[in-house]
Write a protein that binds this ligand. Sequence first.
Ligand SMILES: Cc1cc2nc3c(=O)[nH]c(=O)nc-3n(C[C@H](O)[C@H](O)[C@H](O)COP(=O)(O)OP(=O)(O)OC[C@H]3O[C@@H](n4cnc5c(N)ncnc54)[C@H](O)[C@@H]3O)c2cc1C
Length: 453
Amino acid sequence: MTLSAAQVEKLRKLVDGRVVGADDPDWDAERSAWHLLVDQRPATIVHVTDADDIAATIRFAREHEYAVAAQPGGHGATDAINGTILLRTGDLTSIDVDLAEGVVRVGAGVRWRDLNAALTGTGLSSLPGSNGDTTVVGYALGGGLSWFGRKYGQAANTVRAFELVNADGYQQRVTREADPELFWALRGGGGEFGIIVSAELELVLAPQIYGGRMVWPVEHARDVLRAFTEITANAPDELTLWAWLLNLPDLPFVPEPLRGKWVTAVDAVYLGNEEEAEKLLTPLRAIAEPLDDGLASVPLSAVGTIAQEPDDPTPGLLKSVLLNSFDEEALDALLEVTAPGSASPLFLFEIRHLSGAFARADEGHGAAGSFEEPYLLLFGGIVPVPELAGAVAAAIEGVKAKLAPWISGRTLLNFASGEPLADIFAPEVRDRLRAVKQRVDPQAVIRGNHPIV
Ligand SMILES: Cc1cc2nc3c(=O)[nH]c(=O)nc-3n(C[C@H](O)[C@H](O)[C@H](O)COP(=O)(O)OP(=O)(O)OC[C@H]3O[C@@H](n4cnc5c(N)ncnc54)[C@H](O)[C@@H]3O)c2cc1C
């Protein structure tokens, strides 16, 4: 249910930020998320300008028996936020870099492209993922699978402190020392435990980055995927490879030779120099001449564009599954089910190599923990009109069935799309998260996109 006009007016008097009500002309644009297929229906929307706005909104929500949910961009939108007062944090854009300490403090609205740009040239980095448009805080709350994660682990585990407003509307600094259990829960358990105002993250060394995308005609998919498995079987933690099968759209932004075609590609990021990287990539260089070879020295500011993902809101239906292995039989199964060149409604298959530091357990980790599956498979299709959703969903199920022998059954919070919590967290992690939720927010005033129930 949306707030009444009188309630919207009352809330407007309590905060500095813009409050958007259901009667406002831009309501539909304001309530939509990056994920266009999620038709989310909040009670109202507040563009918070600082911690005081957040606190005032939480107190208002409690008084009127609403929950609140933060959503900076909605790359991870689900319909769990329906009926909540939605907090847009896009105005919280402060970035304070302390090179001597090796930490950065970011406001909850800071996007990866801005943090990457701010750190370019320093030789230090945080742990960015594939997409510059996602926020550092939203990503780190859900784990954070970075290009540099094989070397340094998940972003959540590098958070040193959170400044948040708690479910009672009070500001709180959460560190390992101040509240070890809440600190643990926030680092990978999602946005259920408080509204984050800012986070402090440890920086890592990244003085040299070499990488980019190589693209081949789809006829070479088997050779490319074989080379990918061969390299990833023994890759040092400094090297991260993601392999793709892509049906590129017949649209002007795609370069002419690739437009409207199935292609196969490999994205590479190496924390080191060209010579060392090229030595490791020899099996890929033995394949036919690529259609496009984008490997080069990469400034940190360009890392979020390597995977060439859309920044604009997208009506995509995507699934991600962790794989226990990716062997020759899995490769056969994938090529059979993807049938490049066929009329499959799926246009994207991406295999991310994991392992390395992702798999190394450490008792100092947060709820994101570590995981042993060596690969993540992401796949899906675009749903330009709602009538196509069924066909894309059925094709996704077909891929899951075909690859069932390799699928571990678990997925990662940041990549979850409707899975039950049991598929995301081990039972003991789930129980621990529930205990923290019960302690800090017994009335469930704070709502994340994946509620801890
Ligand atoms: C194209 C694309 C590429 C991606 N690539 C990667 C990747 O490489 N690695 C990876 O790990 N993930 C990746 N993701 C997933 C992404 O990290 C999540 O969607 C994450 O939620 C960040 O997106 P967002 O900033 O838009 O947050 P939103 O989707 O807006 O928010 C997600 C959730 O985070 C919580 N939250 C956010 N801000 C706050 C706050 N201030 N206080 C409390 N809770 C908060 C809330 O629960 C909210 O529902 C990708 C997603 C897409 C769509």
